[in-house]
Design a protein around this ligand. Structure first.
Ligand code: NDP
Ligand code: 8X3
Length: 255
């Protein structure tokens, strides 16, 4: 029987690529996100290409009632979740703290921290019951360094870094592995979302160098997930070759 993986935020970018690589490697998939039609498209693609079972769970991860109901209502066979990839997340806005938009802050905190906690709170007991599991949290270089105007987004990713460490301690005796995968700049919908649909501004973020693709990060997730039972990858920091840290990027126009 195929193992089950649950990937949050699978309608685009890193989550979608992670769902694809897990399906390709023999998992049945649970995929989540707010955009129902994109979930249905991916469900069909995975089922046809990889001959796997796919359950599309359509909810806003900020809504605790919906998250809890989605997991509670799973058929028993789907509750045997071997891998949870906590990927759903976003940055909204890029502004100095004194000019920050409070609604943006709340959206990032509610999605990146509270949403991740809501789903983990429901899935971890199922893994404990099963006697094993693996949770992969998608953090960021922004969870290791703060950068100008990134204040609250960086804080949410630092929080996930701390949560990863705490979860690893709490779940150790239950044989549940906990991994953080922290990418640098990845060309997904991330910057378009950050700049609220301004694709021209988003495009500038990735100009003059080769950023990571979502698939590069998905391969790192797969590397962690596919280690033998006695090995845990605690942290993976994966950067574009042209990016040295959160802010220093060598662009072709640089000398
Ligand atoms: P995308 O914008 O392409 O994907 C984000 C995913 O998160 C979408 O599937 C989106 O689904 C989902 N999501 C966002 N808000 C919610 C919500 N309220 N409820 C449910 N799902 C939600 O960006 P990425 O793939 O780049 O981002 C994935 C993760 O990687 C994020 O946690 C991000 O912080 C992190 N990351 C990204 C980096 C980058 O440079 N791109 C670098 C480092 C980390 P939908 O809109 O359908 O709800
Ligand atoms: C996303 C990467 O550097 O834009 O987490 O914050 S960055």
């Amino acid at each position: 029987m195929k193992k089950i993986a649950l990937v949050t935020g699978a309608t685009s970018g890193i989550g979608k690529a992670t769902a694809q690589i897990l399906a390709r490697n023999g998992y049945n998939l649970m995929i989540t996100g707010r955009r129902k039609e994109l979930l249905e498209e991916l469900k069909e693609e995975l089922a046809i290409k990889y001959n796997c079972d796919v359950l599309a769970l359509h909810f806003d991860i900020r809504n605790r009632t919906l998250v809890e109901a989605a997991i509670d209502r799973l058929p028993a066979a789907w509750k045997k979740i071997a891998v949870l990839v906590n990927n759903a997340g976003l940055a909204t806005g890029l502004a100095p703290v004194q000019e920050g938009v409070v609604e943006d802050w709340e959206q990032m905190i509610d999605t990146n921290i509270k949403g991740l906690l809501y789903i983990t709170r429901k899935v971890a007991p199922l893994m404990i019951e099963a006697g094993s599991g693996h949770i992969v949290n998608i953090t960021s270089i922004a969870g290791k360094e703060a950068y100008e105007n990134g204040n609250v987004y960086c804080a949410t990713k630092h929080a996930i870094d701390a949560l990863t460490k705490g979860m690893r301690i709490d779940l150790l005796k239950h044989r549940i592995k906990v991994t953080s995968v922290a990418p640098g700049m990845v060309n997904t919908e991330f910057s378009t979302v950050r700049f609220k649909g301004d694709k021209a501004r988003a495009g500038q973020v990735y100009e003059g160098f080769v950023p990571l693709e979502a698939g590069d990060v998905a391969e790192a997730v797969w590397f962690a997930v596919s280690r033998p039972p006695h090995v845990n990858i605690n942290d993976l920091l994966i950067m574009p070759a042209a990016q040295a840290n959160a802010v220093i990027v060598h662009r072709q126009t640089d000398h």
